[in-house]
Design a binder for this molecule. Structure first.
Ligand code: CDP
Length: 227
């Protein structure tokens, strides 16, 4: 069920790893004059905070992750910016949260039920003060079941892998790079499968064969109709 037109507009964009959620959400938010919040960024920042404390990830308790989470915040970008930025101990941490150590351990942290509750509360508090386009895995199900527009973004594993390597290196990847990235993405999808489910009322968009501009155009059109 969708909420009525008097509630603040929330657009959720969910989907598996590297399906283009964040970059698409950012462009949709800019086109609509809304803010973009990346919930995966928050899980990554909490993970980076816990990594800073040290110790083997297999020994991390939920309590120790929650204690570290209090060091993670999101801040609105510079005036005119449409995004929220991650902060760790109040400082910028973008490179750290996109690094390999965080990517390898974030799913472990994201599985912890009380960590999910903590992240969801932060996401909801942010949506209470801004109209947002929010992306993740469960934004349209667990966090905003009444969102006015829900999008489920998919693409083939090989295409998702190609885009992710391209984003990281700035050049067209080799077949071997795509194969390696595909297996890493599929392994993370498997770890995240419990919280990665489409809402029954989500609009599915398969981006494998369409340009980013086209997928943005379609979502902006759908959101405009809901405003
Ligand atoms: O961009 P990418 O799809 O690679 O991942 P992300 O959106 O940055 O999310 C990083 C990790 O956070 C995921 O692999 C999940 O483990 C977790 N996550 C989650 O559990 N629920 C969300 N709503 C968003 C992210």
């Amino acid at each position: 069920m969708s909420s009525d037109s008097r509630s603040p507009l929330v657009v959720t964009i969910d989907g598996p790893a590297a399906s283009g959620k964040s970059s698409t959400s950012q462009m949709v938010a800019e086109a609509l004059g809304m803010r973009h919040l990346d919930s995966g960024m928050i899980y990554r920042t909490v993970t980076a905070a816990r990594l800073r404390i040290g110790g083997p990830p297999a020994s991390w308790t939920e309590e120790s992750v929650l204690a570290a989470a209090s060091r993670a915040t999101v801040a609105p970008g510079a005036p005119g910016a449409t995004s929220f930025e991650p902060r760790l101990d109040g400082a910028e941490c973008e490179a750290e949260i996109r690094g390999e150590a965080v990517t390898a351990t974030v799913s472990l942290v994201a599985k912890m039920p009380r960590v999910r509750i903590w992240v969801n509360a932060l996401v909801r508090a942010t949506a209470a003060t801004h109209e947002i386009v929010v992306d993740g895995r469960d934004m349209g199900t667990a966090v905003f079941p009444d969102a006015r527009l829900k999008v489920w973004l998919v693409a083939s594993p090989a295409e998702r892998a190609r885009r992710r390597v391209l984003q990281r290196t700035g050049r067209e990847p080799t077949a071997a790079e795509v194969a390696l990235e595909t297996s890493e993405l599929e392994a993370r999808d498997l770890k995240d499968r419990q919280q990665t489910q489409p809402a029954t009322d989500a609009v599915w968009i398969d981006t494998t064969g369409i340009t980013q501009a086209e997928q943005v155009r379609r979502i902006v059109e759908l959101a405009t109709a809901k405003r």
